[in-house]
Design a protein around this ligand. Structure first.
Ligand code: SF4
Length: 179
């Protein structure tokens, strides 16, 4: 694994730890080669954020790099409104709020807080149907679970055995590479 944990990999790790390993092996190739269609669409939406086309308000931070020395996390936030403390992550299509989505938001929140911002609200925004899901701020129990997950990611070895979930494997873009 990298020395730091890319925030974007938290959800992938929860989907399947081995997929993160395969992603790291193949990411040096052109992204067009291995990105599936939903991922490519999601990426195009994120490019809008990264190119700062979404808003010019001086209260909105968008697509900025964030880092947490405490958790050794590195990544980008999607949109943070410094006025009302609302942090939002936009995804192309959200059918269900997976734990990975929540933990990615927590990771962004912890980074922002270490940078001196106060995060008061968390949202996941589904772009395709324009739905906004409010995510509660993490309580002590959720923070403990988050910290255990970070520890697992830090200690992960590609040779580790892990239970396979055939439903996930059927949807996995790395299936042809996985044995
Ligand atoms: S095919 Fe299955 S085991 Fe292999 S990386 Fe994908 S989800 Fe994981």
């Amino acid at each position: 694994m990298d020395d730091y944990i890319p925030i974007s990999k938290i959800n992938d790790f929860l989907f399947c730890p081995y997929s993160v390993y395969l992603h790291s092996v193949y990411e040096r190739f052109s992204q067009r080669v291995y990105h599936s269609t939903p991922q490519t669409i999601g990426k195009i939406y994120h490019q809008t954020i990264e190119e700062k086309k979404y808003t010019t308000s001086k209260f909105i931070l968008q697509g900025i790099n964030v880092y947490s020395p405490k958790y050794n996390l590195l990544g980008k936030i999607d949109i943070f409104d410094t006025k009302n403390g609302a942090l939002a992550e936009r995804k192309y299509k959200v059918k269900k709020i997976f734990d990975g989505y929540k933990y990615q938001l927590y990771a962004q929140m912890f980074c922002l807080e270490e940078m001196g911002y106060k995060v008061k609200k968390l949202f996941i925004h589904s772009l395709s149907d324009n739905k906004r899901y409010k995510i509660p701020l993490p309580n002590k129990n959720e923070i403990n679970k988050f910290e255990m997950l970070i520890e697992k990611i830090n200690n992960y070895q590609a040779s580790q055995k892990y239970p396979k979930n055939l439903n996930k494997c059927a949807k996995c873009i790395y299936k042809p590479l996985c044995h």
